[in-house]
Design a protein around this ligand. Structure first.
Ligand code: ATP
Length: 244
């Protein structure tokens, strides 16, 4: 059984149809990448999956539970989904360690010492423990993103969502984040990443989902999508300067 099953998902804003029947399965251990042109609804899809947006129709089943049901525990749902954003979303006035500890104290209600140990272990996992006492302004973009990933993982989520995690990063730092995501994939962490960064997609995933005009148009390797796909528009989209 898939960890997340998306069936015929529809999302409209007024009479603008953004998602028009999306079908997608995410299995435990997947590192799945969703690509699509700007405005194709990638972020909206992620936001429907953790109920930050109210879907207009269709079905989302998460760990066997219909999360569109009226009585779903949205707080618990959000706690089981880690989120990593383009702009890192770290608190500037808190140290790296405090940034990772905060949610463990506030949401998981861990005692201070336990929260600190857990946070340090996650920072260690992301090769960031030696930076624990620094502030975000003292870190490179790639390092900030690794702290954001450590913070997401510290909550022991069932899946981590990434929304354009490398948009603010140069190619070297993108590689750094991609390497880390690959390592987490090897460790069995389930991840769903939306991006328009072909480099990142090529570095982290052998299967890419193409979202176009509100539906999943194709799911295949970038090589297949760029070279062999029958739809010329898909070949053109994935055939862009792909020097990954
Ligand atoms: N709260 C909202 N109200 C109205 N329209 C919205 C809202 N959120 C998103 N949209 C519209 O939905 C469409 C899809 O937006 P979304 O951010 O999901 O696309 P995207 O594929 O993630 O784009 P990008 O790659 O540019 O981030 C856009 O046309 C956007 O203007």
């Amino acid at each position: 059984m898939a960890l997340i099953e998306v069936r015929d998902l529809v999302k409209k804003f007024g009479d603008q149809v953004i998602l028009n029947g999306v079908n997608l399965d995410i299995y435990e251990g997947d590192l799945k990448v969703v690509m699509g042109s700007s405005g194709s609804g990638k972020s909206t899809l992620l936001r429907c999956l953790n109920r930050l947006e109210e879907p207009t129709g269709g079905k989302i089943v998460f760990r066997g539970e219909n999360i569109m049901a009226a009585d779903v525990d949205v707080r618990a749902l959000r706690q089981s989904i880690g989120f990593v954003f383009q702009q890192f979303a770290l608190y500037r006035h808190l140290s790296v360690l405090e940034n990772v500890t905060l949610a463990l104290r506030k949401l998981k209600k861990l005692p201070a010492a336990e929260a600190k140990d857990k946070a340090l272990a996650e920072l260690e996992r992301l090769n960031m423990a030696s930076h624990a006492g620094k502030y975000p302004s003292q870190l490179s973009g790639g390092q900030k993103q690794r702290v954001a990933i450590a913070r997401a993982l510290a909550m022991d989520p069932a899946v981590v969502f990434f929304d354009e995690p490398t948009s603010a990063l140069d190619p070297l730092m993108t590689r750094e984040v991609a390497d880390m995501m690959n390592r987490l994939h090897d460790e069995g962490v389930t991840m769903l990443c939306v991006t328009h960064d072909l480099k990142l997609a090529g570095q982290i995933s052998d299967k890419v989902v193409f979202l176009d005009k509100g539906v999943v148009r194709a799911e295949a390797s970038i090589e297949t999508l760029s070279q062999d796909h029958a739809d010329e528009r898909i070949r053109a989209f994935f055939g862009r300067e792909a020097d990954y």
